[in-house]
Design a protein around this ligand. Structure first.
Ligand code: TMP
Length: 205
């Protein structure tokens, strides 16, 4: 693939406040007059959004869930991410493959090696250039979740599940320090946004 654009992903435990910073990123890139695509996983395509409904609400085995996540991801990569990057756009995905390692492996015990196989199959040489990890102690994220709308299947999981997801995310970040920017979601919105700005400027200069 001839990648002209940049690929940015956003990750974090449920309730870590990722959504509120998406608006900030959009506004920032719009002000810079940069061409960008904001998308999400599971989802991002017509089929992917239908799979999202199933993934977020239907019970299935962890392995089925993993395969379905990657089926949606394949569609997303082929129809949205690669064409976007080839055209020179900045593609920002609200979650990507790190979420499969964090949730399906860390949370549900699917083997990393099985996820590696699916990753190689659908991603090939595609890798995010920058990943923001919105991190928050699980006690705080659960409190925040309780105040929100109707919870999906993942948000309803026990505390241990969320602890394991968080641990896995932090481990992936530690092993990939160049790609990851870990944001402490307990800090003020201004502090988090200035850290986001620094990283975006570094990547896009
Ligand atoms: P969202 O609420 O941030 O849109 O994410 C939807 C849920 O899907 C979230 O709880 C994490 C979960 N998820 C996985 O379990 N594996 C994945 O590969 C992805 C992309 C999301």
């Amino acid at each position: 693939m001839n990648q002209l654009g940049k690929f940015i992903t956003l990750e974090g435990v449920d309730g870590a406040g990722k959504t509120s910073h998406i608006e900030f990123i959009k506004e920032y890139l719009t002000n810079l007059k940069l061409d960008f695509i904001m998308t999400r996983e599971p989802g991002g395509t017509e089929l992917g959004e239908r799979l999202r409904e199933i993934l977020l609400h239907d019970e299935m085995t962890p392995k089925t869930e993993t395969i379905l996540m990657f089926a949606a991801r394949n569609e997303h990569i082929e129809k949205v991410i690669r064409p976007g990057l080839t055209s020179g756009a900045i593609v920002i995905s609200d979650r990507f493959t790190d979420a499969s390692y964090a949730y399906q492996s860390g949370g549900k015990g699917v083997e990393d090696e099985e996820i590696d196989v699916l990753k190689d199959l659908v991603q090939k040489n595609l890798q995010p250039d920058l990943t923001f990890l919105f991190d928050l102690p699980v006690e705080v994220s659960i409190k925040r979740l309780k105040k929100t709308r109707k919870l999906d299947k993942f948000e309803k999981e026990e505390k241990d599940f969320h602890e394991n997801v968080r641990k896995k995310y932090l481990m992936i970040a530690k092993n990939n320090p160049k790609r990851f920017s870990v944001l402490n979601s307990e800090k003020s919105i201004d502090e988090i946004q200035s850290q986001i700005k620094i990283k975006l400027d570094e990547l896009l200069k």
